[in-house]
Design a protein around this ligand. Structure first.
Ligand SMILES: [Zn+2]
Length: 347
């Protein structure tokens, strides 16, 4: 672990030596076979153009994504989550260094950019749809909240000071101060993650009204349509559920969980006309706990083959299929390779 505290130049040298001489692979060889489930959100030709609604932080440029796929197809073994589920159920073996690619939320660029690139390299991915956002063709609430705070940075660049008085919450924020702005965004995110359905929609609109601003949903980036989801299934990809409203399952009541997980699954299956067998827990603003015993029970009742988290780690034979860790990868190809090698080596 000491290598992470070295000077950047030394660290880079050690890293490339470890990669070149395959020392990390040696460490992987003595570990049990494992699988890395990678997760992405949005793919775009220009990340910065996404800033106005979908955070650039969850966007990868198409050229970088293609480089990831080249690395996966040359150096690893791409599989699907159905393969992973069969492996976990002792129904098949997996090649060493297996990789499954997943996308959360269901942005339209997954259909237009990610899926064709995956297919170009003979791969198939899993796309988890935030059901309400996809059915309404509107961005999920967290994009709308992010957008409100992004607007502030634009005003700030014109040297306009922005004070937000929330009388009901008895809070006053100086949004020109970056620290207060982050705290305010977290404050409103925490209000949202425990709500669902219409209550959540109304609450986001109430927050927007505090800012006297509403995101133009007609010109914002789109979600994929159900028809596009169906087409992806026909092309061999997997469509999974990402709940109805994209709240934090670990903080929802039993009644909410039933609506968010079970009822959302029913809607998605009815719309797609096929069984939905995979699930991804939303994790907006990384607010914890991401899941609870009650949410786990809900996914068990639906007999999902797999459910994935954002918790970092590789999947091993002893992993619980309904609580699978994933690996968030860095965009730059060298960082990507390093992240994967570290994950497989368990460091
Ligand atoms: Zn999500």
């Amino acid at each position: 672990m000491t290598i992470f505290y070295m000077k950047p130049s030394v660290k880079k040298y050690v890293r490339s030596a470890l990669l070149r001489f395959g020392l990390l692979r040696l460490r992987q060889w003595v570990r049990s076979p494992s699988l890395a489930v990678l997760y992405y959100h949005s793919v775009a030709a220009d990340r910065n153009k996404q800033m106005y609604a979908v955070s650039a932080g969850i966007t990868i440029e198409d050229t970088d994504f293609e480089k990831h796929l080249q690395i996966i197809s040359n150096e690893y073994h791409p599989i699907t989550l159905d393969d992973a589920a069969a492996w976990l159920a002792n129904e098949r073996n997996l090649p060493p260094r297996s990789i499954a690619v997943t996308f959360d939320d269901g942005f339209a660029d997954n259909y237009h950019i990610a899926a064709p690139l995956l297919e170009k390299y003979g791969m198939r991915g899993t796309f988890y749809l935030a059901v309400d956002a996809v059915c309404r063709q509107e961005l999920p609430w967290y994009c709308r909240l992010h957008h409100l705070f992004y607007q502030i940075t634009k005003k700030e660049s014109k040297n306009e000071s922005v004070i937000l008085d929330d009388i009901e919450a008895k809070q006053s924020w100086n949004l020109s101060n970056p620290g207060e702005r982050i705290a305010a965004e977290q404050f409103y995110a925490r209000q949202c993650v425990v709500l669902d359905g219409e209550t959540l929609r109304r609450h986001v609109e109430k927050i927007e009204s505090l800012f006297n601003y509403r995101l133009d949903l007609t010109s914002s980036p789109k979600m994929m349509t159900i028809e596009q989801g169906k087409e992806l299934q026909q092309r061999g990809h997997i469509i999974g559920s990402h709940t109805f409203s994209h709240g934090i399952s670990g903080l929802l009541t039993q009644e909410q969980l039933h609506r968010e997980i079970t009822a959302a699954n029913d809607i998605l299956e009815k719309e797609l006309g096929t069984a939905v067998e995979h699930f991804s827990y939303p994790h907006p603003y990384q607010i914890n706990p991401q899941w609870s015993e009650a949410s786990l029970a809900e996914t068990r009742k639906l007999k999902y083959k797999t459910a994935v988290l954002t918790q970092r780690g590789v999947v091993t034979k002893t992993s619980m299929p309904l609580l699978l860790p994933r690996v968030r990868v860095q965009n730059a190809p060298e960082e990507f390779r390093w992240t994967l090698e570290r994950a497989f080596a368990g460091i």
